[in-house]
Design a protein. Structure first.
Lengths: 304, 270
């Protein structure tokens, strides 16, 4: 029997649990020739801020053992250009579209969501309170439960669409942060965003990235992500969406076994644009081989 | 915009052309979009997670589908780190996950422009492809190649009349291609237009900055191919940013890698 891959985030049903992570898939059109995006459950856009942001000075990326560091700096055209230039194509997508929203003040987050609410055409929001690469990139929100709860509540008042809060692993207890998002009215939390890292070039005696440090992603962070998901899933009743280093179906299954209801593929898309599709196919095959009917049945298998 | 494709390529040849340079020839079945000189492909050199990211390589040549034969693309690369070391160890018959053609290539020279191709080190690759494409449309482009020393001269056929420059004077002109062009082509663009030069450059950042400066001084056009670390290669991640003249950034992968000299702040790339 073919397994039922549908998952629910708030009032929204996704066709399957695999998403394309924010910042790794642009606004969906860049990979047009290489990936059938409509087979994916959800697309999470590159972060959108109120004003255009050129991003950080280069070099912005460097490869690390089984991973990479990035310091893009939330480069994006700003809400106005996003609505005019990116939204029309996103509206036409058959997969669910979540706009990743970033800001440096509560007002900025609220304004971006309000503007998109009036424009319409997206399925939900992923609130980025975890970008490590800009001075006021929301990480101040992301590490403080009280601020997370307040921001989430304010956003909750402005939209009925699913609200996902994207959590940083750069905290002592991710469970308490997830609880704060839930208390504020979030429909789900996604974890994890990147870990802060630095590479220094000894021959030049200076950091490789122009900004010094950046966000670590890729298979190197997968065990951290799985542990965070495990913890978050036991702290809240809302769905947890797992990401961090997923390149194969087995990686996604680790997250689903840890209690995640859905997953996102990020850096894996850079390695192979078809990564998310093969992860999806692998999850379905794994479930079918074990006679599992629903995604929820996976987490029930975990023995710990 | 040409159609970008991911394909399973077979290694036909992976031969040393200097101690640290290799010429890689790939072939693949199925539809093939013809790459333009200056465009690149990305290769996944290992199925494992280290090295993780795909690596970009500029095409150094392309032979389209001939009767019953699959297309063949070549790249010339330098062994610089773990990924290129692994690539150099792959034998003919091995298969590689390839994506291309990617990026914006070199523009054609204008009707009154004389093309001069200036390559530094491994920057030679895309210029060889450009030289053969220009020869096909009846141009006789001049290639000026700069190397540190004669011992680094690749075992590759260079276009007729190519000029060799070496930093140490071990062969050819002692100095850089920029030095040679400055001395041998003193003419500026005549005021009011007319015959002029278009520089095509590919090489290390200081060379591109110097070529941009020279072209600016002489009133020449210049199309320069830039290099930057890339993650996605298709314009999605914004990782390969280069400083744009007048502020902001351009993406090496999707806006380039070939830029009009005036588009980029080359000095800020140093």
């Amino acid at each position: 029997m073919k397994p039922d891959l549908r998952v629910r985030i708030g009032g929204l049903e996704l066709a399957n649990p695999v998403g394309l992570a924010s910042g790794t898939f642009g606004y969906g059109s860049e990979y047009e020739d290489l990936v059938d995006v409509d087979r994916i459950g959800a697309l999470y856009t590159k972060a959108v801020t109120i004003s255009p942001r050129p991003g950080n000075r280069p070099p912005r990326i460097v490869e690390t053992p089984s991973g990479m560091l990035n310091s893009i700096g939330l480069a994006n055209p700003g809400i106005e250009a996003f609505i005019a230039e990116k939204l029309p194509a996103l509206r036409a997508r058959r997969c669910a579209v979540f706009v990743n929203v970033a800001g440096s003040t509560e007002e900025e987050y609220l304004e971006v969501v309000e503007r998109i609410e009036s424009a319409g055409g997206v399925d939900g929001y992923e609130i980025n309170v975890s970008c490590p690469n800009v001075r006021h990139g929301g990480l101040a929100f992301g590490t403080d439960p009280a601020q997370i709860e307040r921001l989430t509540r304010a956003l909750r008042d402005r939209t009925r669409r699913p609200l996902i809060v994207k959590l940083t692993p750069n905290v002592t207890d991710i469970g308490s942060i997830a609880k704060a998002a839930e208390a504020g009215g979030a429909d789900a939390v996604s974890c994890i965003n990147t870990l802060v890292g630095m590479v220094i070039d000894p021959s030049k005696a200076r950091p490789v990235l122009a900004m010094g440090s950046g966000g670590l992603s890729g298979p190197a962070i997968r065990p951290v992500g799985v542990a965070c998901c495990y913890k978050a899933a036991r702290a809240v009743r809302i769905p947890v969406i797992g990401l961090g280093g997923i390149v194969r179906a087995e990686d996604a299954l680790q997250y689903l076994l840890a209690g995640a209801k859905a997953v996102q593929v990020g850096t894996g898309t850079f390695v192979d644009p078809r990564c998310a599709i093969s992860v999806l196919e692998g999850i379905a095959a794994w479930m079918e081989a074990r006679g599992l009917a629903r995604i929820d049945d996976i987490a029930a298998l975990l023995r710990d | 915009m040409p159609f970008v494709k991911q394909f399973d390529a077979e290694i036909i040849e992976n031969r040393p052309v200097t101690e640290s340079w290799r010429e890689l020839v790939l072939s693949w079945d199925g539809l093939a979009e013809t790459p333009a000189p200056g465009q690149f492909l990305t290769l996944r050199v290992s199925p494992y997670s280290d090295p993780l990211l795909r690596r970009p390589f500029a095409f150094s040549g392309f032979v389209g589908r001939a009767a019953g034969e699959a297309p063949r693309a070549s790249v010339i690369y330098q062994i610089r780190g773990g990924a290129t070391r692994l690539l150099s160890e792959l034998a003919p018959g091995a298969r590689l996950d390839a994506i291309g053609p990617l990026g914006r290539g070199f523009p054609q020279p204008g009707a009154e422009e004389t093309p001069i191709l200036a390559g530094g080190g491994i920057g030679l690759g895309p210029l060889l492809f450009l030289a053969s494409a220009l020869a096909e449309i009846g141009e006789a482009p001049l290639l000026v190649l700069g190397l540190r020393s004669l011992s680094l001269l690749p075992r590759i056929e260079l276009p007729e009349g190519a000029v060799l420059c070496t930093d140490d004077g071990s062969s050819g002109f002692r100095g850089t291609p920029v030095d040679w062009i400055s001395r041998e082509r003193p003419e500026s663009r005549p005021s009011g237009g007319g015959a002029a030069v278009r520089i095509y450059g590919c090489g290390p950042a200081p060379m591109l900055a110097a070529l941009s400066g020279l072209a600016g001084d002489r009133g020449w056009a210049a199309s320069l191919s830039a290099e930057q670390w890339m993650a996605c290669g298709v314009g999605a991640c914004m990782g390969c940013a280069l400083p744009r003249s007048g502020g902001g950034f351009l993406r090496a992968c999707a806006d380039g890698p070939v830029f009009d000299a005036g588009e980029i702040d080359w000095k800020a790339c140093l």
